[in-house]
Design a binder for this molecule. Structure first.
Ligand SMILES: Cc1ncc(C[n+]2csc(CCOP(=O)(O)OP(=O)(O)O)c2C)c(N)n1
Length: 198
């Protein structure tokens, strides 16, 4: 039988994503495939969102490259625990490169939500914030409560990074809020909004 612990976690991803992105017009946002792509879109589709429709395990690397290329801009990666687990080595690269403008949030529902809510390693043994710290990322945290989220928001959005947070969110099945699906369009609109050309 499945352990249903994360079904009752207090933080809800669609609320958390709004609080991370609302009014942050300049923020460059990369989302992992699946649920976090729908999450960032639910907060309002914007040109400076780059949702990954695939490339599982690539969101943190994508954010790292972008942060290194755009050191004056704040980059926020929002991705799932399954996606983070698949690209876990990228946390070591983030620590090594050390971009101060990069912040990573894993929405950790302890499940592979998109494929049927199978439990991930974080439901049992794996502590992603501890992994990030062990990789050498100086600013890390695990967020489980409203108070902890309030305290973490300014760190996530403003502190000198790289910053990593595992945000424990409720395992819930939510409506799809799909971003544009055409990868070329997503790339062009992002580049146009960021650089003025595509
Ligand atoms: C390489 C690869 N393996 C597996 C999949 C299938 N897949 C798509 S989304 C997903 C689960 C993502 O889980 P998580 O990142 O935890 O996000 P959640 O939906 O739970 O927030 C999986 C396994 C895939 N798209 N690509």
């Amino acid at each position: 039988m499945q352990d249903t612990r994360s079904d009752t976690y207090p933080l809800q991803r669609r609320d958390v994503v709004k609080r991370l992105t609302r009014g942050k017009d300049d923020l460059l946002v990369i989302a992992g495939l699946g649920s976090t792509a729908w999450d960032i879109t639910s907060a309002g589709d914007r040109d400076l969102n780059f949702p990954l429709w695939g490339a599982m395990g690539g969101a943190i690397s994508m954010g790292l490259g972008l942060a290194l290329a755009q050191p004056q801009r704040r980059v926020l990666v929002i991705t799932g625990d399954g996606e983070t687990l698949m690209g876990m080595g990228s946390l070591a690269s983030v620590a090594l490169q050390g971009p101060q403008n990069l912040s990573i949030c894993t929405f950790d529902n302890e499940r592979y939500g998109e494929t049927g809510m199978q439990m991930t390693h974080t439901s049992a043994k794996t502590d992603l914030a501890a992994v990030a710290a062990a990789c050498g990322i100086a600013v890390t945290g695990e967020v489980r409560t409203e108070d902890a989220l309030e305290a973490a928001l300014p760190i996530i959005l403003e502190a000198a990074g790289p910053v990593y947070h595992a945000i424990k969110v409720r395992a819930e099945k939510l409506d799809f809020v799909l971003p544009p699906k055409d990868g070329e369009h997503l790339k062009d609109r992002f580049r146009r909004a960021l650089l003025g050309v595509c």
